[in-house]
Structures are given as structure tokens and as C-alpha cells.
Ligand binder design. Structure first.
Ligand SMILES: Cc1ncc(COP(=O)(O)O)c(C=O)c1O
Length: 98
């Protein structure tokens, strides 16, 4: 699957194709549709720190995975040894607040 980050201003960011990221058809389709809808799209490297700090500050409002098998699936938590951040409306019990 591929991963997308939705920013507060509506910008959609996905990791650029560096050789280890698959140029998936779902990724491509979302980038094209977002552009058609007038959303700003960025293909660039995204660090785990940017993800964690972006969710904490509210700069990143949503994260989703996509792929033919994954469809478009919200990512609700980023978890690491000793901590986690919840993303968007996801609650700690694995459900959705709304
Ligand atoms: C490593 C990897 N990334 C991304 C994808 C998603 O690609 P697609 O959108 O073409 O299904 C897949 C699908 O199998 C995959 O294996």
C-alpha cells in the first residue's frame, strides 16, 4: 500500500518515488483526482518525526493508506516503543469518534 498525509490547509502529501516506493495505480489515481479537485499535492520525503509532530500540532489532520487491496483505509494511530499519537477522530479503543 501507499500512504498519504492530509494537512490542515488541505494539501495532500505522499512520499516521492525514490525506488523503494511502489508507483501504485491507486496512488497515481488519488494524486490525479486531488489535482483535478484543485487540491495542492506534494510528492516528497516524509519523516516519522514530521508525521508525529504534525499530528501532535494539528498540522496533519488525516492519514490514509491506499492500494488495490488496501482500498482507502484511514490510519488511526502511529505507535512506537513508549508512545503513540492518535490521528484525526480515531479513539484509543480502535473505534471512530464520529
Ligand atoms: C509495496 C506496495 N506498495 C503499494 C501497493 C499499492 O499498489 P496499487 O495501488 O497499484 O494496488 C502495493 C500493492 O500490491 C504494494 O505491494
Amino acid at each position: 500500500m501507499n500512504l498519504f498525509f492530509v494537512h490542515r490547509d488541505g494539501t495532500i502529501v505522499t512520499p516521492e518515488l525514490t525506488g523503494t516506493i511502489l508507483e501504485g495505480v491507486t496512488r497515481f489515481s488519488i494524486l490525479e483526482l486531488a489535482g483535478d479537485l484543485g487540491l495542492k499535492v506534494e510528492e516528497r520525503r516524509v519523516s516519522i518525526d514530521e508525521w508525529r509532530e504534525g499530528v501532535t500540532s494539528g498540522e496533519i489532520s488525516e492519514v490514509f493508506a491506499c492500494g488495490t487491496a488496501a482500498v482507502v483505509t484511514p490510519v488511526g494511530r502511529l505507535v512506537w516503543e513508549g508512545g503513540e499519537v492518535l490521528i484525526g477522530d480515531h479513539d484509543v479503543n480502535g473505534g471512530w469518534v464520529r
